[in-house]
Design a protein. Sequence first.
Length: 199
Amino acid sequence: MIAATIACAVACAVLVWAEWRGAKRVRVVAKPCASLAFVAVGVLAGGGRPWMIVGLALGLVGDLALLGAGKRAFLAGLGAFWLGHAAYVAGIAGVVPPSDWLQPLALVPAAAGVAALVYLWPHLDTMRVPVIAYVAVIVAMTAGALAAWQPRLTPGAVLFFVSDLAVARDAFVARGFSNRAWGLPAYYAGQLLIAWSLA
C-alpha cells in the first residue's frame, strides 16, 4: 500500500507538471498511472467494503474519460464520477445508516453545494440538469462521510468535494492551470485517503 501511495503521489506531481507545461503525452501517461495507484491501494487494503472499491475504480474510469476533449468526453467523465459517488454512498451506508446523516455538519456540504450551483448557474446552459444531479450525489457522499467521522474517510471525502470545485471552475467559468494546480493534488489526496480508509 505504501509503494502504491508513493507511486500515486509521484504520478500526480508529474501530472501537475505536465498540465503546467502543456505536455499532453506525459499527461496521458501520468494520469492513468496516478489513478491506477489509488485503486491499487484500495484493493490491497481490502476491508470487506466492495462498494468503496467500485467507487475507486469508477474514479479511474472517469479520469480516463476526462483525458478526452469535448462535451462528450466531459459527460462520460461526469457520469462515471456520479456512479463512483453513488458507490461511495452505498459503501458509507454500510457503516453509518443514512438516517444518521442528517445532522448539523451535513449543512456544510449542502451549503457549499448550493453556493457552487449559484456560482456556476449562469455558465451551465444545457448542463444544468447533469450538474445538479452531480452536486446532489457528492453532497450526499460528503454528508455520509462527515457522519461516519473516520480519520481517513472524512477528510478524503472533503478533499474530493473541494477538488470538484476546481474541475467545475475549469470546465464552466475560467480554464487555466491554476485550477489544476490545486484541484489535482486535492483529488488524488482525497482518493488516497478514501482508499486507505479501507485498511
